[in-house]
Design a binder for this molecule. Structure first.
Ligand SMILES: N[C@@H](CCC(=O)N[C@@H](CS)C(=O)NCC(=O)O)C(=O)O
Length: 223
């Protein structure tokens, strides 16, 4: 039986959702984050040296990295579903978003999380104003403009077709869900991004998305 090593409140929710869309049987091994650091527990490093989620175990193979995992699962269980045919424009769009999600969209969101935490972290009073100023400077000068650049771009792209790769729902929509959910929960999706808001609404009403929430347990974005 395929096993998903699933960290609570994390991007591994997408893998449960993909498996539900495909109707594949799987077991979930759920891990809790460290309450102070939000890091994954050390036992995840016994499965894969980085100890990050998601990880799947399938037929003796250990697969990490969400984009690679989505292609692996579609190769083995897809039967042509949720991925456009190779050689088509839709396939190129699918592949682009599969890499863009973790490679380009997520890094500024992670920086935002870290710098925002740094600005409000507990520290000696004489260091705090300096740390706060540095964090705010990086947020204002780099991170927030980058987030705007990316999310304006995504908003415009979602105005061209219903789904990321075209008219059909694919794995690209599944992988793009997490940066969009993270952006929405951090207040970066507002009434200026109606296409992103409509996309999130569409995916959240899918039966497989809802089933994956039941399998994965409570799900929220780490702030
Ligand atoms: N690009 C990797 C990122 C993996 C990753 O950072 N996962 C997070 C979950 S949201 C994690 O395990 N965080 C806890 C930790 O770093 O200990 C992927 O998509 O699989």
């Amino acid at each position: 039986m395929l096993i998903v090593h699933h960290l609570e409140n994390s991007r591994s929710q997408r893998v449960l959702w993909l498996l539900e869309e495909l109707g594949v049987d799987y077991d979930v091994k759920r891990y809790e984050r460290d309450k102070m650091t939000s890091l994954a527990p050390p036992e995840m490093k016994k499965i894969h040296p980085l100890g990050k989620s998601p990880i799947i175990e399938d037929n003796g193979k250990i697969i990490a990295e969400t984009g690679a995992m989505i292609d692996y699962l579609l190769d083995h269980y897809g039967d042509g579903r949720l991925r456009p045919a190779t050689g088509t424009d839709e396939f190129e769009r699918y592949r682009y978003w599969l890499h863009y999600s973790e490679g380009s969209a997520f890094p500024p969101l992670l920086l935002k999380l870290i710098l925002t935490r740094m600005a409000s972290a507990k520290m000696p009073f004489f260091v705090k104003p300096i740390a706060k100023k540095m964090a705010q400077g990086a947020l204002d000068g780099f991170v927030d403009p980058q987030l705007k650049l990316h999310f304006d771009y995504i908003e415009a792209e979602l105005g061209k077709s219903e789904w990321f790769a075209g008219a059909d729902f694919t794995g690209a929509d599944i992988i793009m869900s997490f940066p969009l959910e993270a952006a929405a929960s951090r207040g970066a999706v507002n009434n200026k991004a109606p296409n992103i808001a409509a996309f999130l609404k569409r995916i959240h009403t899918r039966a497989a998305y809802q089933k994956a929430l039941e399998r994965g347990g409570p799900y929220g974005i780490v702030k």
